[in-house]
Design a protein around this ligand. Sequence first.
Ligand code: SF4
Ligand code: SF4
Length: 444
Amino acid sequence: MNESIANTEQTAQTTHASGFSGADIPSYDDYAHCVHCGLCLNHCPTYKLWGLEADSPRGRIRQIVLVDQGRLPLGESFVKHIDQCLDCRACETACPSGVQYGKLVEAARSQIEQNYRRPFFSRLARDFVFRRLLPYPKRIAMVARLLYVYQRSGLQAVARASGILPLFGLADRERLLPPIDREFFFSNLGRTYPAVGQRRARVALFAGCVAQVSFSKLHEATIRVLTANGCEVVVPAGQTCCGALAAHAGVRDAARDLARTNLDIFLRVDFDAVITNAAGCGSTLKEYEHFFPADSEDHVKAVAFQKKMRDATEFLADLGMTAPLASLPMRITYQDSCHLLHGQKIREAPRKLLRAIPGVELVEMTMADYCCGSAGSYNVTETQTSLELLAEKMKHARATGAPVIATANPGCLLQMRAGAEIHSTGQEVVHVIELLDRALTKNF
Ligand code: SF4
Ligand code: SF4
């Protein structure tokens, strides 16, 4: 018998020999599916960068098993290899055995969060972002106003020109800051937007957290496209951050609390669908059941909610576009968002919508299914690796000769806009929904 399988079977009998317990750690049922075939290795960005087994999906799963068996300490080395994973889930798409790698790595990060003491400033930053900022819309708005002043008052230009940012190791991270909107989307919570013409569906819009201060225009475009295609759009008040960033970081209790709030809000009304334009959020929203024990009331709610959850591109492609689209004569290349393609298994919908715009020439980018390096907060925590992946991505994007890059996730948009600037490709980076909106309204 394969040694690794024998070991995992042993673990089934002596569950959590390491002494770790609880629902928020990797489970035998999940990691036992891995047969260590290695077919995922060449799809893994970190393995391709460094060629190290410990930074491959198979190697990370092996470490997860060993920690669970108490044969590897939950120490610095394990934390480093798990932190360096993008959680892009390309390995999941490649895996013939159906290993749910995203579920495993998030559980491993939760195990780390509960049992490993990170350096002081790292603990401070994580506590602030995941527990004291993202769950509170008013605090997000307050921080966003400060950033807005920094970006629009000339302070940003001064900071960049003065050379002070590199002294604090902030030069690269500062370039990745989202541009803050003048008007935030929060004021639209509680509103209903009627369908244009005969109503074909009644949907709820999931508005997110940071997106409400830096992607208001995308939300407005999403509402215009949905209403123009016969959808009544409700933006429920009381909704909150989806919890994806906290879950990816292993701060599972905070993510779970956010999920409970969203479940209460979105299940109050029987919508035909709940729509998000953020693939990173959608991936977590569609997997809320992972946060709760299988027999719990919350789990039942999560399953009911997930059935309604749709990415905006998925929903529109299924519903069918009925609103007339003007011609946009342009060459476009599409970058897959990892959490749309690998997390939600949606490849065709955004391409179908782009092809539906008259005049659009869609050209495929080499390795479009490969992570751009954004990966939630990865570009902030593992900035150098993120920039290496971005450089590779922009090389392929430039080679298409397309002046426009489309994608379907705000995180990818920010990362690739930074990439276009850093690598001077001169390309515009836009959301698929924004292009549909342009074709609808001809406002470009
Ligand atoms: S995760 Fe899947 S593809 Fe990768 S080694 Fe395990 S079984 Fe093979
Ligand atoms: S999630 Fe991405 S980075 Fe992590 S092991 Fe899988 S392919 Fe590699």
